[in-house]
Each structure stands twice: as structure tokens, then as C-alpha cells.
Design a protein around this ligand. Sequence first.
Ligand code: COA
Length: 260
Amino acid sequence: MKTYTTLTLEREGHTAVLTFNRPEVLNALNTTVATEALEAVETVGCDPEVRVLILTGAGRAFVAGADIAEMQSKNAQQARVYSELGHRFMNTLQDLPQPVIAAINGFCLGGGLEVALACDIRIAAEAAQFGLPETILGIIPGWGATQRAARLVGAARTKEMIFTGTRIKAAEALAMGLVNRVVPDGELMDTVREMAASMSRQGQTALRRAKQVINRGIELGLDEALRLEIDTFVDLFDTPDRCEGMRAFLEKRKPNFSGA
Ligand code: COA
């Protein structure tokens, strides 16, 4: 896969692993990282061989936020360009056809938490720490956290995180539903790879359609969202993978999906 300067993108079978790789600044997100990460995620989205994307960070951080050194000299117009780039990156991640798992190995602050919030699933190591410390810098989150965190854990918890800027530990993040699971530090990548492998064995059309229904449905009223579920459920009955999946179950064997 293509070489980048601020991250690595590797293929492990049907899984792609994107690793933010500026450990000397705790993987802080500057314009180059955001541009490269957007390109890498778009590449993954177009690759039919990749069934799951994992995001993680090199060193002791997942991502410790936007690069404050770069942000410091920006004017309002440049801040808009940076925020819009971030939103493009986050939206692309959220809308990726494949499931995306954040493997959160350490500091997950500011823009780092915003990246994690745009993923489908968040698995944290015990050492991970979370926070939205932007107000101490005189700004607010600018890559989606005001909305995605509020939708995930509720407005009150999001306000507490943003108004106080306090860092919280993995156990507390789990208790409030910010992460799906917390695992011992040394087991993070094995756990996430195992989860990715399990997703890779499912009917891929069904899995991708499930992601669309959940993501789109959550933004709709209940009646419309439930109709979307019915339509998608019905559509899938016309797919070869549905025939194979049900036949394999009845013949007591593993399915051999074609991905169609
Ligand atoms: N932007 C730019 N550089 C950053 C950074 C960021 N968001 N986060 C960390 N770094 C740099 C530090 O400046 C330091 O560089 P230096 O070695 O040249 O001094 C290096 O990464 C290591 O960080 P350091 O602060 O020494 O590590 P620590 O273990 O003492 O503290 C944190 C870790 C995460 C608590 C602390 O780095 C921090 O608060 N970072 C900023 C988090 C933040 O506000 N993010 C939101 C931005 S909108």
C-alpha cells in the first residue's frame, strides 16, 4: 500500500491498519496528517479486498489532539479550512462502507477523540485517557465532537467533558458508553484483530448495509428509520450471500460468501 509521512497503512489479510505515526508529538493532528489520513481512508473505501479498517496510534498516544503548534498561528480563515478538512476526514471515516474500529492505546484527546467518535466501534487499552480539553485553549472541538459525543453519550456528559476539559480514564469512559470495551494494555491489538477477523467472516453486503441502516436511521424519525430497516432487510433477500448463508446453516457448514 502507499507510503505516507505521518502515518502507516498496512494490509493484514482482509484488515487494513492505519497507524498515526508522529509519536514525538503524541500523534498530534496537523494539516499533513489530516490530508494523508483522508487520502488513506478514501483508498481503503475503494478497496474491495479490505473488509475492516483499524485505526491506532504509535507510541503512548492514540492521538493527543490537533497540533497546537500549527494551530497557534492560524487566522480565522485558516481555521475554517482546517475545520472543514477535519470534517471531510471524519465524514469519510463515518461513511466508509467497511466497519472501522478505533484501537485506543493511550491519550485520546481533542481531535483524537473526534477521530475515535467517527469510528463504528471503540476498544480502549486500560492506559487510555480521554478528554475534550479545547476550552483551555480558548476554542471548542472543531471536528465533530460537539455533535457526535452528544449523540453517543448524551448532551450532559458531553457538556461536562467540554466545559471542564478534565481527562477521564478508560474505566470511566466505559461506564459512560464512550467506548465499547476496555482490555489490558498488552491485549489491545489482539482483541481488535480478532474482532476484525470475526467481522470479515460475515456476509459483507449484509454487514455494510447494516452499517448504513444504523448510521442513517439514527438521524431519522423512528417510523422512517424502521421503514429503512424493512426495505434493507427485504433487499438482502435478493442477494447470493443470503442464499448461501441460509443454505450453509441448514447444511451445517461454514458459508462460502461471494460478497454479493
Ligand atoms: N499538539 C502539539 N504538540 C503536542 C500535542 C498537541 N496536541 N500534544 C502533545 N504534544 C507534544 C508536546 O508539546 C511535547 O513536545 P516536546 O517534547 O517538544 O515538548 C510532546 O508532544 C510530548 O508531550 P508532553 O506534554 O511532554 O507529554 P506529557 O506526558 O507530559 O503530557 C499530554 C501528555 C497529552 C497530557 C499533554 O501533551 C497535553 O496536554 N497535550 C495537549 C492535549 C490537547 O490539548 N489536545 C487538544 C488540542 S485541540
